[in-house]
Design a protein. Structure first.
Length: 125
């Protein structure tokens, strides 16, 4: 893999912080993964992903998701969306047994978050 210098200041002496693994939850749990290498610049403290997806892969990934961005009630009208959200919740429940809050980046309509809101309401005080 080609090393990339800092995109902000151009420093070529960058540090490696770790790898973020994304699991594809659209087609089932753990079917495919995508790893991004996270780097930092010791000069300006910028952090970035060194190996981002190419435009074709991004377009293919978001082609499925973007149809829900305009629906206010995806969970009520599309059972494939409901099944996808429930697979995601099961994955989180299995891997993070105790959570009291959820931060979802790119929540679109918020339908996925509504599942967690309902789960929190059912917890005993």
């Amino acid at each position: 893999m080609k090393r990339v210098g800092c995109p902000l200041c151009g420093n070529d002496k960058t540090g490696y912080e770790g790898t973020v693994q994304y699991v594809d939850l659209l087609n089932g749990i753990g079917d495919e993964t995508y790893n991004q290498r996270i780097c930092t610049c010791p000069k300006c403290n910028m952090a970035w992903a060194e190996n981002t997806m190419n435009i074709e892969d991004l377009n293919n990934y978001y082609k499925f998701l973007s149809k829900y961005e305009s629906l206010d009630t995806a969970m009520e009208t599309d059972y494939s969306a409901q099944a996808m959200f429930m697979r995601q919740k099961k994955f989180i429940d299995d891997n993070i047994p105790a959570y009291s809050s959820v931060l979802e980046i790119g929540a679109a309509t918020g339908e996925n978050l509504s599942i967690y809101k309902e789960a929190v309401r059912r917890w005993p005080e």
